[in-house]
Design a protein around this ligand. Sequence first.
Ligand code: AMP
Length: 351
Amino acid sequence: MIAPGATIGIIGGGQLGRMLSMAAAQIGYKCHIFAPDADPPASDVAAKMTRANYDDQQALGAFADSVDVATYEFENLPADSLAVLGDKLLPGTASLEIAQDRGVEKRFIETQGARVAPWRMINSEEDVREAENALGIPLVLKSRRLGYDGKGQAWVREGSAVAGWDAIDREPAVAEAAVNFAAEFSVIIARTAAGDTAAWDAPLNHHEGGILRRSTVPAGEPVAGMMGDATEIARRIAEALDHVGVLTVEFFATADGPIVNEIAPRVHNSGHWTIEGAATSQFEQHIRAICGLPLGSTKRIAPRVSMDNLIGDDVNAWAKLMSEPGASVHLYGKGAPRPGRKMGHVTRLHD
Ligand code: AMP
């Protein structure tokens, strides 16, 4: 066990690192952020920051020596560089390597007995044509690496799928059939090194333009009827990865049951509601899991909870939101709003 007072290294300096640092501070830990940016959101609230590139072996080595345990707040990191952290890194590089490559991820999910959208690996124009024949149109092309919030994705609704591959610069990709879903939801689960797990109520997620807009719990039908299956899939995935910490599995709710969209080996935007809405937040739970503390209760503490992202100019309404009784406003300290940039969020507990 890594007792309070110890230093937790966090690789990545965004809002997830910021909220992890605040949760860690609440239970007596100090955080050391490792990120390439000047003044990232997490460094405002952490004890220490190292500014270096994610592949800087020397800086990572010194960082490894200075922390008691280390974790990451996003998955687009070079797994081989992080190997220098050895056993101190939780979750380990297996979770990272699977989640950062959409092709590897889909194969892995299928080997766990879960379903994904019909898909094909894309490395050549011939692959694109074969995918178009096999999957039909519409389909979506997604670059295997470095995609998030709808970036690196191209929908093909008419014409040739090759144009879609051009739109993502002919990067190694996956092609996916369009899923006819009734809703999107996510299972957020924490796992300890001893194999204990705890999941929160699955939020119903509403996306716009590939970006999460709103999460609500409970998710209602048809998600409620597939919660058991989906939670078991998430537990199996966490187990197979020997994942320690929080893991998120995003699902489509379809007439045939849950289909996995993707995995994030970390705390997730759709879990922000847990800060005010659950007995233990996803951030504190992640810290507990990686430090070997017992997991906290994931009980929801209001009949209904909603979380709205403040994207781009939405954040300009902060003063009005703060005057709303019962609205918990979170601002990430990111400076000037840009379109599509997550600037903060607001959580509401409803009777
Ligand atoms: P992703 O980056 O893969 O999470 O995709 C972002 C969003 O695009 C998802 O949350 C869905 O709303 C939508 N989407 C992605 N893949 C598909 C698909 N195969 N079929 C239908 N909608 C999709």
